[in-house]
Design a protein around this ligand. Structure first.
Ligand SMILES: Nc1nc2c(c(=O)[nH]1)N[C@H]1C(S)=C(S)[C@@H](COP(=O)(O)OP(=O)(O)OC[C@H]3O[C@@H](n4cnc5c(=O)[nH]c(N)nc54)[C@H](O)[C@@H]3O)O[C@H]1N2
Ligand SMILES: Nc1nc2c(c(=O)[nH]1)N[C@H]1C(S)=C(S)[C@@H](COP(=O)(O)OP(=O)(O)OC[C@H]3O[C@@H](n4cnc5c(=O)[nH]c(N)nc54)[C@H](O)[C@@H]3O)O[C@H]1N2
Ligand SMILES: [Mo]
Length: 554
């Protein structure tokens, strides 16, 4: 299997209907993937056993046969204990491990140290429950793992994912319908963007930038010399801007002034640039820092494909005319290229798609005409006429040996732990009504009316301890910043922690978050930092610009 970031969604979500067991960890689909949540609930109605593991009580937990409300940041303890049971109780799929994996011995030896009895006090789940859940997962006819940002957004996010991969591999729960590993995708086209090479270490189709033969392939295709060095990732880019290594930036469809960790630091980085271009459909917090803003068209105003979490390439058709001077992103990029002296001549997204087919074996068989006819095709689809393959890794994994590498993981704690000065844990994430930085949803009247104000969810016991009534203002301070927002009582949030969505610019959660990165995945630790909460604070003010809509004055 390729790196955990390389888009290895093995089975489509709807196969939860075929699974006997679904193990959902670090994801809140009712809020963030409502269609998947509905499929999961329907599967449970038809007999699928759902295991939910999350430090917060979520709506789907009510449908679960087992809800493991384990301690935040202790995924490796919980998952290694499950692996321990699988090894200890002889539940390993020996033939699968022998024929399809490498590194099993080291994994086996490592998980010996992680008995459920030893890990129970670490993760907060009774040893007996860990044993039951491990047996259930390992021995079912088909078990599927779904996960989200609760797994990824830690400095040990790669280790968390490796443990999930090890669960599937040691038990052979992969390569058949109703099994496998599904990291639930986020942005509507994050899968397509990654496939197309919008990851700094990859060209299209996860071909490595650093590999000479790959470099040659693309130099030949594009008729130009290419840099052999992989690029920087988001947080690294901001650091380089602050240090002067990067002086110009062109940001398209991203709002890092609100979505990057340690927002004050991120804004300093953006402000330090000599030149910033922002191409967006709205004037965002990031756009306010720009020298040039290029108005782009929104999804229903243009033609193009997006690839969803199930590797389904879907054609979107233009339904309405764009407002004012807004132009499709592709048109803007091509005009920019021409002025840079490049001989670009793409007149239609179809021409770009056809070029992609030349360098991406995974979609080589998908013709634009077929997309126009069928609207959607699953990849891999290597030859024209192929049906498209819903289930991956049926016979081999995409590694040199064809085997999946098992990698042991040890306990690493979050970079910043609660202490006397900052005694609580901040968990950040999303809410149903808003999309990330709220640039779109806070401008949508109905959604804005449902969730108009910044909120922090806390356990009623913590509210009582702090002397705060629900709806009152609290101030939340971390080593990096401070915000004031409204308290909400939520008995799903564990005592000692609070949950804040990051969509409210007037109380930006990312002013508080820690910008440390997973050294392998390079994902920031958005899910865990130390904060102090006190009653009272300034009323959050929504100004007439940035994330919110312009408010009519009474
Ligand atoms: N409505 C709405 N939907 C969205 C989005 C949106 O902004 N709004 N964004 C989209 C995008 S890009 C993404 S990436 C997805 C994200 O979708 P999810 O991953 O479902 O969303 P999050 O809210 O970031 O966090 C998921 C869960 O991680 C849990 N968690 C916190 N700490 C830990 C931990 O230490 N271990 C574990 N295992 N879990 C932990 C949280 O309690 C939470 O339930 O949603 C997509 N869908
Ligand atoms: N604290 C905290 N921070 C997080 C996370 C977290 O869980 N906690 N999650 C992280 C994750 S997983 C993600 S994915 C990021 C998301 O972070 P961002 O991607 O920065 O957030 P969005 O609000 O989705 O920004 C997308 C922008 O694209 C614009 N847009 C929409 N359609 C188009 C289009 O067709 N063309 C152009 N040019 N622009 C368009 C929107 O107006 C919006 O401004 O946030 C990350 N930050
Ligand atoms: Mo995301």
């Amino acid at each position: 299997m390729e790196g955990v970031n390389s888009g290895a969604v093995s089975n489509p979500v709807r196969e939860v209907a075929m699974a006997e067991v679904v193990f959902l960890i670090g994801a809140n689909p009712t809020v963030n993937h409502p269609v998947a949540a509905t499929w999961i609930k329907n599967a449970v109605k038809n007999g699928t056993k759902l295991i939910v593991a999350d430090p917060r009580g979520t709506e789907l937990a009510r449908h679960a046969a087992h809800f493991l409300q384990f301690r935040a940041d202790t995924d490796v303890a919980l998952l290694n204990a499950m692996l321990h049971v699988i090894v200890d109780e002889g539940l390993v799929a020996d033939a699968f491990v022998r024929d399809r994996t490498s590194g099993y011995e080291a994994l086996r030896d490592n998980v010996k140290k992680f008995s459920p009895e030893l890990m129970a006090p670490v993760c907060g789940i009774p040893a007996q429950t860990i044993r039951e859940v491990a047996r259930l997962y390992a021995t079912s006819r088909g078990s599927m793992i779904l996960w989200g940002m609760g797994i990824s957004q830690h400095i040990h996010g790669t280790d968390n994912a490796r443990c999930l991969i090890a669960l599937a591999m040691t038990t052979g729960q992969i390569g058949r319908p109703g099994t496998g590993l599904h990291p639930l995708r986020g942005q509507n086209n994050v899968q397509g963007a990654s496939d197309a090479g919008l990851i700094p270490m990859f060209y299209p189709d996860y071909q490595r930038v650093a590999m000479p033969e790959v470099k040659q392939r693309f130099e030949k295709l594009w008729g130009t010399g290419l840099d052999p060095k992989p690029g920087l990732t988001v947080v690294e880019i901001i650091n380089a801007a602050r240090e002067g290594g990067i002086r110009g930036m062109y940001i398209m469809g991203e709002n890092p002034a609100l979505s990057d960790p340690d927002a004050n630091h991120a804004r300093e980085g953006l402000a330090a640039l000599e030149h910033l271009i922002v191409q967006d459909i709205f004037l965002t917090e990031t756009a306010y820092l720009a020298d040039v803003v290029l108005p782009a068209t929104a999804w229903p105003e243009k033609i193009g494909t997006v690839t969803n979490t199930d590797r389904l390439v879907q054609l979107g058709r233009k339904a309405i005319e764009p407002p004012g001077d807004a132009k499709p992103d592709l048109w803007i990029i091509v005009e920019m290229a021409k002025r840079l002296g490049l001989p670009w001549n793409y007149r239609h997204p179809r021409e770009v798609f056809n070029e992609m087919r030349q360098c991406m074996d995974s979609i080589a068989g998908i013709t634009w005409e077929r997309l126009e006819r069928d609207s959607a095709v699953t990849y891999p689809c290597e030859r024209e006429g192929d049906a498209g393959q819903a289930v991956l890794f049926t016979r081999r994994f995409p590694t040199a040996s064809g085997r999946a590498a098992l990698v042991p993981a040890d306990l690493i704690r979050a970079a910043e732990q609660p202490d006397a000065e900052y005694p609580m844990v901040l968990i950040t994430g999303r809410q149903l009504e808003h999309w990330h930085t709220g640039s779109m949803t806070r401008r949508a009247g109905v959604l804005d009316a449902l969730e108009p104000e910044p909120v922090a969810s806390l356990h009623p016991l913590d509210l009582a301890r702090l002397g705060v009534t629900p709806g009152a203002i609290v101030t939340v301070v971390s080593r990096r910043g401070s915000i004031a927002l409204y308290a909400r009582a939520d008995d799903g949030t564990p005592p000692g922690a609070l949950f804040i969505p990051f969509c409210y610019y007037e109380a930006s959660a990312n002013k508080l978050t820690n910008p440390v990165l997973d050294p392998i995945g390079k994902i920031p630790e958005f899910k865990y930092c130390a904060v102090r909460v006190t009653a009272g604070g300034a009323v959050p003010v929504r100004a007439s610009y940035g994330g919110g809509q312009i408010l009519a004055t009474a």
